[in-house]
Design a protein around this ligand. Sequence first.
Ligand code: C2E
Ligand code: CA
Length: 740
Amino acid sequence: MTDYHPLLQRQIKKHLDPRLDLNSLTQFLDSIQSSYLAADDDRKNLQRSLELSSKELLEKNSELRAVFQAFPDIFLRINDDGLILDYKRSQTEGFYLLPHRLHGKRLPEIFDGPLSQSFEQALIKVKEEKSLQSLEYSQAMNGRLHFYEARILPLLENQIIVIIRNITERKIAEKALKESEQRYALVLRGANDGIWDWDLKTNKIILSDQWKMMLGLDDLDITQDPMEWFNRIHPDDIQMVRREIDAVIHQGESFLKIEHRILHKNQTYLWVLTRGISVQDDQGTAYRLVGSQTDITLRKAAEDQLRHDALHDKLTGLPNRTLFLDRVNRLISHSQRNPDYKFAILFIDLDRFKLVNDSLGHEAGDQLLIKFSKRLKTCLRASDTIARLAGDEFTVLLDDIRDVRGALYFAERIQKELTTPFIILDQNIFITASVGIATNSQEHTLAEAIIRDADTAMYRAKVKGKACHELFDKDMQNRVIAQINLEADLRRAINNKEFEIHYQPIICCRSGRILCMEALLRWNHPSKGMIPPLEFIPLAEESGMILNIGQWVLETVCQQNKKWQEQKLPKVSMAVNFSARQFQHQNLPELIKRTMQEFGSPSLTLELEITESIAIKDANFSVETLTKLKKMGVQISLDDFGVGYSSIHCLKLFPIDSLKIERIFIQDLPQNKSNADIVSAIIALAHKLGLKTVAEGVESKEQFEFLKLEGCDEAQGFYFSRPVPVKQATELLLNKKSFG
Ligand code: C2E
Ligand code: CA
C-alpha cells in the first residue's frame, strides 16, 4: 500500500472497513473510474509519453485489484457485450458461481430463465444510459434460498464491472422485522391494550387513551413526563422495571416484557403486563421505545388462587402437608446453623372422629373439622403454623420455644379448649384429641422424620387411652415397631391355635340365674403371654383378619354350646361380639345360619352384640341384616349403650332385643347421682320401647341392688364372675350357681 498515492491510500483505508455498504463502494469505484477516464483522456488528447500513461494505468490496475480483494463480494469484469473478462471471488463467502461456470461465458448465460433476461436488459441499459443498474434476485442453494443484489456499472468505454453481494441475512432480518411488526400490530388491535411511545431523545412519552383509561386517568391526570409513569409503579416493582428498561435501551435487548403493579386513580394497584420494543438508529442506538400495557389483574388473582390452593387445605383453609413440610424444612436448616434453636411439632388426631362422621354424617364431620381448626388457632401464637395433613390429623409447628415445656404447655391448652363442646347441627358434640409431641434434634435432617416422631408419640397417646398427649422418645419407636410385629404374629395365631375363648355369664336380676354366656376372645401369645382383646382386635379389624378370627369364634361358640347341651347342663344362650367389619359382611345372615347348622345344636340361641356406631354406619343395610337375623331367631344386643352419638330414633329403627348399658355408668353406682339418673332413664326408656336392659361391669353388691331396684333385667360383671376358661364356665353351669 505504501506505493500508492497518499490520497488513494487514505481512501482505501477508509473504505476497506468491511461494514462499508454497497453505496459507498459504488461511489469509491466511481472515483477510481473517473481517474481512469481522466488518464484515458490524457492519453487520447495529449498523445504523448505512452510509457507514462501505461505506467499509470498499470498502477491504477493494481490499486483496483487491491480494493476488490478487500470485499466479500463477487466482482466481475465484462465487456460491453456481457462476456466475462475476469472476476474475483471472495474467499470468505461461498457463492453458487463456480469458476468453470464463468469462464468464456456471457453474464446473462450464468443465470436461468427470466433472471437471465433481467441481466440482458440491465446490460443494455448500462450501455445506453452509461448509468448504474441494480438488480435483486434470489437463488436456491443447498436447499436454502439466498438473496443477492447485483450492481452493474460502466467502467471504461467497452468495459463494465459487476458487483454481486449476498444480502440473505439482511433480507431475513427485514422479513422477520416486518412479520414481528405485523404480529405486534395485530396483537395491539386485538386486545384492549394501552399503548405507550417513548421518545428517548426528547424524553417524552405518549400514552394512549386506553392506557390512561386502564388506570382511571384522563389527559389532565398525567403528562408526557416518563417519571409520572414510573411514579405510579409499585415501590416493590420499580427497580425491576427500571433494570429491564435499561437493558433494552443500553444493552441491546430487543424485547421488553415485564409484569408489575401500577397505581390506579382509585389508589389500588393493578397488575399489568408491559411489553415493548426498541427502535434503533444505524449505529444500533435506541432512540425510541414503543409498547403496550395489558391488564392482567384477573389472571394474577387466578394464579395466586392456584398457588394458594396448591398449598392449603380446601376445607379449613389451613396450610397443607406440602406447605407444612416446607416450613419445617426451613426451620431444620435454620437450626443446623443455630444449634440452640428449638422448635416442636405437635401431631394432633381427633379421637372417635369417625364416630361423628358415621353417626351425624360427613357434613357434620366437616363442620367439626372447621370449628376445631378455628379453636386450635386461638390456642397458638401467630408465628406458629397449623396444618391439616389429612382427615382428622392436624400438625402444629411451634416456632422458637425455650424447651419442651413450651410444647407441653400448648398441648395442655389444646386439651383444655376441647372441654367445651362444639355445637354442630344443634347438638353438643364433645370431642377429645390425642397429641404427640416431638422436638427437633441435630439428628433430624428431614421434616418427614420429625413429623414421624410426633406421629409415633400421638399413636402412643391413643393407645394410652386417648384425650392425652405424649412426648416422643426413642423407646416409642421400638414400641411402634413391636406393634407391627404383633400384627405379623396375629396372622399366624389361628393356625397355631393360640386363640382361646373365655366365657362371662350374664345373670337374670330377678332369679340370679345364668341366662347367657358372653364369649370373650383371648390370645395366648407364645412369647408374650395373654394379650387382651382391646390390643389386638383393632389390629385385626384394620387388617381384615377379623373375618377369619370372627368365624373361628362363632364356630367354637356353637360347638361349645352343643357340648354343654350334650352334657345336659342348664340351657343358656350364647353371646358373641361382632366388630364393624364383620357386621358389614354382605352375606352375614347366610354365613351365621350355615355355621349354626353345621356346628351348633338345633336349639341354640345366639345373641349378637354390636355397638351403635356399627349399626348406624349404613342404617338401611343394618335394618335389612338385623331383620333377617331376627327371622332366624338370632337375638340382637346393642353393646356399650350410652357412649355413642346415636339418637333415640335409632332404637326404634333397628329391630333389637336388648341394650347393654356401658360400664362407665355402672361403676360408681349408686353414689354418683347423675349416673344413677342416667341408668334409671335408660332402663325406663328401654322398657317403653319393649327392650331388655343388661348392665355391664357390675362389680359390687350395691350396684346389683340398685339395678334390681330400678328394674334392670340382666347383669354382668366381676361381681358374678370374671370371664373364665371353658373348664370354669362349665363348672358355673354345672353348679347351677345362683347369684343373689
Ligand atoms: P365388651 O363387649 O364391652 O366386653 C366387656 C368387657 O368388659 C370385657 O373385656 C370384660 O372382660 C370386661 N368386663 C366384664 N365385666 C367387668 C367388670 O365388672 N369390670 C370391669 N372392669 N370389666 C369388666 P375384654 O374381655 O377385655 O374385651 C374387651 C372388648 O373386646 C369387648 O368389649 C369386645 O368389644 C371385644 N371383644 C372381645 N371378644 C371379641 C370377639 O370375639 N370378637 C369381637 N369382634 N370383639 C371382641
Ligand atoms: Ca360385649
